[in-house]
Design a binder for this molecule. Structure first.
Ligand SMILES: NC(=O)c1ccc[n+]([C@@H]2O[C@H](COP(=O)([O-])OP(=O)(O)OC[C@H]3O[C@@H](n4cnc5c(N)ncnc54)[C@H](OP(=O)(O)O)[C@@H]3O)[C@@H](O)[C@H]2O)c1
Length: 260
């Protein structure tokens, strides 16, 4: 796909996977719009990207976990006269622990950010991409999307939504110049597990695995609806979809459900 001179908006660009997406789009010649709450981290990244790659790197500091976040972001883009060619809905977080002990307000924010804003931004930006017959929407789900996860019940459910929704929209844009892709990373070395207050099961893959898999899929002639990052994760996802639900849920619970 063509990146030179295009504009890529990355949500959750202040750390982790989003930060590296921003750098990679810039390396390929795209101007980038960096969105997240931590303005200092975004400003620092913006300066570094402009210096290293000679592209424009704009910052929009914004909380995306409210019901009006989509409108607010679209208003900020209109004010800056930005046309977004590539949207990466990467901002997200997880909550962990037994569901009955979870903080209800935090769970609401998790659902709004991981599902609501992702859907709204897709809705807001897809029509213009279709009109231009060019664009891409990359939505970040997770290997947690392949099975219910006791101990991360809401997080896994939000990511199952992302994969289902994004794959359906992929089905709607076939035959157009717009690419739609779900990316399902496994446990990756970012701030994610600290924020969630959970322990990863097994090792953490480097962020570059997520970035490389994404660009391979975007650059292929037939971009699939959904990719799983890492061969072993791909095998686990395939097994989860075939085993009886009872076994899959019990196994996931053994990995993530706190003992008390
Ligand atoms: N790391 C993993 O193991 C893993 C595995 C599968 C999927 N994922 C998914 O990958 C995506 C990126 O996460 P990560 O691993 O890179 O974790 P991370 O380092 O914690 O990054 C999360 C990003 O989301 C932003 N964010 C969080 N809450 C926000 C809010 N209310 N408004 C705006 N931005 C917000 C954060 O920025 P601010 O705090 O500055 O707002 C940060 O830039 C997430 O969707 C996550 O679910 C991660």
């Amino acid at each position: 796909m063509e990146y030179q001179g295009k504009t890529a908006l990355i949500t959750g660009a202040s750390s982790g996977i989003g930060q590296q997406y921003a750098e990679e789009f810039a390396r390929r010649g795209s101007n980038v719009i960096l969105v997240a709450r931590r303005v200092e981290a975004l400003e620092k990244l913006s300066k570094q990207i402009a210096k290293d790659f000679g592209v424009k790197a704009d910052v929009i500091a914004m909380d995306l976990s409210t019901l009006s976040s989509g409108d607010a972001l679209m208003a900020a883009l209109a004010k800056g006269k930005h046309n977004v060619d590539i949207l990466v809905n990467n901002a997200g977080f997880g909550t962990a622990g037994r569901f009955q002990k979870e903080d209800r307000a935090r769970v609401q924010q998790e659902i709004i950010l991981n599902i609501g804003t992702l859907t709204d931004l897709t809705a807001a930006m897809l029509p213009a991409m279709l009109k231009r017959n060019f664009g891409a929407i990359v939505n970040i789900a997770s290997t947690a999307s392949f099975q219910p996860v006791p101990g991360m019940a809401v997080y896994a459910a939000t990511k199952a939504y992302v994969r289902s929704f994004t794959s359906a929209v992929w089905g709607e844009v076939q035959g157009t110049g717009v690419k739609v892709l779900t990316v399902n990373p496994g446990a990756t070395a970012t701030e994610f597990f600290d924020v969630a207050g959970a322990n990863p099961f097994g090792g953490l893959a480097p962020i570059s695995d997520v970035i490389n898999a994404t660009f391979k899929a975007l650059d292929s002639k037939n971009t699939p609806p959904s990719i799983v990052v890492g061969t072993q994760n791909g095998m686990m996802a395939a097994i989860s979809s075939r085993l009886p639900l009872k076994s899959v849920v019990k196994f996931a619970g053994k990995m993530f459900l706190p003992k008390v």
